[in-house]
Design a protein around this ligand. Sequence first.
Ligand SMILES: [Zn+2]
Length: 342
Amino acid sequence: MNLDRFFEGRDPAWVTRTAEEFYVGLGFGKLPETFWSRSDLFPARPGEARLKNSHSSCWHIDLGNDIRSLMSVEANPWWFTTAHHELGHAYYLISYTRPEVPPLLRIGANPAFHEGIGELIGLAAGRLPYLKSKSIQPANYPPDEVAVLLNDALAHSIPFLFWASGTMTHWGADVYAGELSPTEWNARWWKHVAEYQGVEAPGGPGSRGEDWCDAATKTHINDNPCYYYSYAVATVLKFQFHDHIARKILRHPPRAAITPGTGTSEPSSKRCWPPAAPATGVNSCGKPPAKTSAPAPWSSTSNPWRPGSLNRTADARSAGTGGGGAGRGMIFALGRFALTER
Ligand SMILES: [Zn+2]
């Protein structure tokens, strides 16, 4: 599904401001002015004597209000959803910047939750009602719900899980824990690509020799080993979040879009945060915490969503495959979630 033509002639700054508007529409405040003055949001200009890391990121510089992002935003669908994702990190960080949250805890419970929030909003930013509300797509643009769903599933989510929890994590373990010789790095990389993703190297097997290190094109392999588990878990979480918001809050089918202004949130100032110690505390509004129903225990045999095509991951897990087991377990866990029902 190619939406490039709808972004022709638009200003990259409009892309980032539109992403901010999404969160303002959910009830959050505007980003601190320093976010705009101190971030590095657009590509290096021709002739500029510097190179930029092409991987987007967002940083809590002082664990306070100094939040900045590194992006290279252009006016196209990729950067439109990416800008919404990155600002998800910014608003997550802002939400943790509260007197009752010690600075050491302000980076969040786990990177997967951070990424899950970003992914959730990135998903919402690609839905037709939102794109029409921003005049990106004409109001009379014919809806093709199946194309949108297939795009979400096949271009962004399901293949990504095998890459993030299979290829990337296993190669990282080989290098960082398995003492794999550098003379085998690229061969091992393409072995995992073939095994977990079913993809051959361009030019056929063996065409990418050890003069290359294709894995290292991904920034977290170099600067943040093990981070790709976070993306894999985040991909599952985004559908959990989306499903919960759709069914339990908006009370509409998960296939429908989440768009700002539809009651998805209340201003954070009105939110009652749960107590740090659930058994004894009251929430931040001074009241007992609301009762929630815990999900039923899950097992591989009771899970109605377990795709048969993933059976091999169950076999691998029960066989105790050492360092590879965790990655396969992640893929196995995919069976719990209804990826196809949006
Ligand atoms: Zn992210």
